[in-house]
Design a protein around this ligand. Structure first.
Ligand code: SAM
Length: 330
């Protein structure tokens, strides 16, 4: 079934990818994601219910979305995540149902999630060292994540994407270790430039630019570019003799706003047309006030119409009013 895409903004960008945060709760406390003082968890009653998530999914797919990613917070910390995945996975017209997770509880759930209809998975892993994992994530869960990765591969999530936020002086000395780790596994290691959010310790010095990461890898390996989709956020490469691939997500030094095809819904039901713009509109309130599908569509269209051409430069992002990454949903 092919749907006419109605999610086209003033700059001609066609939105087909929706990132839905299904919770703001998380069982890790990664320094780059959550402020040191923590966040006030949104009361449960304010978080979208499974029915509301599925209703929004249906409306968005009817407007042209073909890929939904469930994220958070930690999406697996929601007990009904399996049901949500199953119901969204059954939506006619949805081609990809993806999830980004910290992987901690994947060992026991990967196979069920795959059976429920999840067909793409990204796991976050910023270090291959147990002691360092605890320093970054403030929880001693390295073993659980590695078990989760093994279970995801066994369940057939291939290529399995692995997100590594590269922070200078924290884990930049492991870039080549990650490349070596990808040699014999069907993984796509994605080196992500460290992005600024309120109170997340970001500094220009902590950011390791894409060009520098790439040069470092190229000292030892030939990076062979892979041609991707124009909406891909990653610059993708294969390496001779490696089963796995590497990508760079260059949001800070080479932003990809021109090809952005993404919309976001926060766990409390606000639509956000850009990660880095504070503008939000509540779809939840409209649904709870008895709004029809047409009312919700009108709000979605107005958010799309208001989408900016590009996000501000990184120096400005540091001082801009925005919610933290964990509140917005990564
Ligand atoms: N809990 C899940 C997880 O750990 O993947 C999903 C939510 S997390 C916010 C989604 C992604 O955002 C993760 O891959 C994380 O590494 C990334 N992220 C969070 N803060 C970031 C930052 N300041 N810069 C770059 N990436 C960040």
């Amino acid at each position: 079934m092919s749907v006419e895409n109605r999610l086209i903004d003033r700059h001609g960008r066609r939105h087909s990818y929706l990132r839905m945060s299904i919770t703001d709760r998380c069982n890790l406390r990664c320094t780059y994601c959550m402020p040191p003082q923590g966040i006030d968890w949104t009361p449960r009653a304010e978080i979208l219910t499974a029915d509301e998530i599925v209703r929004l999914g249906m409306i968005f797919v009817g407007m042209g979305i073909t890929k939904i990613r469930l994220t958070g917070g930690e999406p697996l910390s929601r007990r009904d995540v399996g049901q949500i995945a199953e119901r969204l996975g059954a939506l006619p017209g949805l081609k990809t149902l993806a999830m980004t997770t910290n992987g901690i509880s994947l060992a026991k759930r990967a196979a069920d999630l795959r059976a429920a209809g999840l067909n793409a998975l990204t796991i976050s892993l910023d270090t291959l060292r147990r002691d360092r994992f605890k320093e970054i994530a403030k929880r001693d869960q390295f073993g659980a994540v590695m078990d989760g990765i093994e279970a995801a591969l066994a369940a057939g999530f291939a290529p399995l994407k692995v997100n590594v936020v590269v922070m200078r002086g924290v884990n930049d000395d492991e870039i080549l270790d990650f490349v070596a780790w990808a040699k014999d596994q069907p993984v796509n290691v994605r080196f992500i430039e460290y992005m600024p959010f309120p109170d997340n310790h970001w500094s220009t010095g902590g950011l390791m630019p894409y060009a520098e990461m790439r040069a470092l890898i190229q000292r030892d390996h030939e990076l062979i570019p892979l041609v991707g989709d124009r909406n891909d956020v990653g610059k993708d490469f294969r390496i001779g003799g490696h089963q796995g691939t590497v990508s760079f997500v260059t949001s800070m030094t080479e932003s990809f706003c021109g090809g952005c095809n993404r919309l976001r819904v926060t766990a409390d039901g606000n639509i956000k047309s850009c990660l880095f713009h504070p503008a939000e509109q509540s779809l939840r309130d409209a649904m709870r006030a008895g709004g029809s599908d047409a009312d919700i569509e009108a709000l979605i269209l107005s958010a799309v119409a208001g989408k900016q051409a590009a996000h501000p430069p990184m120096e400005e992002l540091m001082t801009m009013k925005n919610r933290t990454m964990i509140e917005i949903g990564g």
